[in-house]
Design a protein around this ligand. Sequence first.
Ligand code: ATP
Ligand code: MG
Length: 447
Amino acid sequence: MALITNAIKGTLDTLPSSSYKIQYIEAAMREIAENYGFYEMRTPVFEHTELFQRSVGETTDVVQKEMYTFKDKGDRSITLKPEGTAGAVRAFLEHGLFNEAMPQKIYYVTPCYRYEKPQAGRLREFHQFGVECFGAGSAAQDAEIIILANEVFNYLGVNNISLEINSIGCPECRKKYQEALKEYFKANYDDLCDTCKGRLEKNPMRILDCKSPVCSKIAEKAPKILDYLCEDCNEHFELVKKYLTANNIDFKVNPTIVRGLDYYTRTVFEFVSNEIGAQGTVCGGGRYDGLVEELGGKPTPACGFAIGLERLMLLMDTQKTEFPERKKCDLYIASMGEQANIKASALAADLRNEGLSAQFDTVGRSVKAQMKYADKIGALYTVVLGDSELESGRAVLKNMSDGTQAEIELADFTDNFQSIVIKQAMDSLDGYGIEGLEITDILGGQN
Ligand code: ATP
Ligand code: MG
């Protein structure tokens, strides 16, 4: 029987000791995306199963093997989203965003669900940050989203991540290519896995993305799409490369990238690391000009990408990337007796109103135990309040990092506290670089 205190296989908990890292990553992504004019769209975690069958594609691994599909109590087939694009396109159509200023640029941060074999970098519940742009078919737009993804990695200090790009053409150039592929794979038919045998007639390009070792070995020598691109697609691809070069973005053309989802056309790309094992693709994306129409809209060019947050985290942890520290407790107010404890709660409220982090005792512990707690949680300053402090209106503020003490008046406590903190910082910096310094800069942590 499943142990109820064990999380479901392939899922991860993010504890308070590390959640600040993922919050930092997400905040950076949101800010960068908004600098490019992408705004957040939130869509439900489940959709009609058919939406994914139609968009991701019937012959993809995701639809054939990986979806969490179930009947709800009304006997409808529901699927937990395996990726973020389908829901975004559905919402784009449902809310008539095509009537608004084009291009429409959106981003999302969402959990995704795929029934895969859990291993490093491969989970059953994972998270994606993604962007989608509707209504721009240009190479400039492809390049812009690649530049955006690249900026995210640069900003976060991720190293050794390489950009690989390819073009998988349009339905026109693919006709000839599909024929060539069929011919090639027919010659190797007996060695293909059963799923790929079934794909041969319906969608031979999917075989190129099969994870089975035998199929991928066969796929290595298959005809390459780049040799079959029509003139327009070829020109488009050349132009994407020019934009990337002009933006000083290094890339490698990898003619074997086809991506795992059926909706891609023309430009496809991946950001890959070789430092996190077999699951090295941290970001995947590309153009999908046919999808909006496929789901019932007017023909609308579109492109996007998704970054797997857990894989990114894995890479950053492997590279020991530095993160800004978690917000700390600026002041712990220890108290003796009920009156002092009530006063502590009021002072904490004042400090919090100024954006400072303050805590006081809610357990009824001895002062000694309170100070031990303050030390454990890494409080930057402490103050002790008892009857005599309440009577005199003065207390002693202790700087926990160097043990220095200063007298502090309880009247206008928050102002006094800030003045003392700033004075101590000035003294320690000898005035150097203090200009424009905010109290929250001194106290540190993410704000
Ligand atoms: P892969 O080839 O590794 O299976 P994919 O082509 O299925 O990836 P996409 O559908 O393009 O992946 O998803 C975009 C990104 O989401 C991936 O590059 C990866 O970072 C992340 N991702 C995909 N599947 C998983 C998973 N099962 N667990 C964790 N992250 C994942
Ligand atoms: Mg996959």
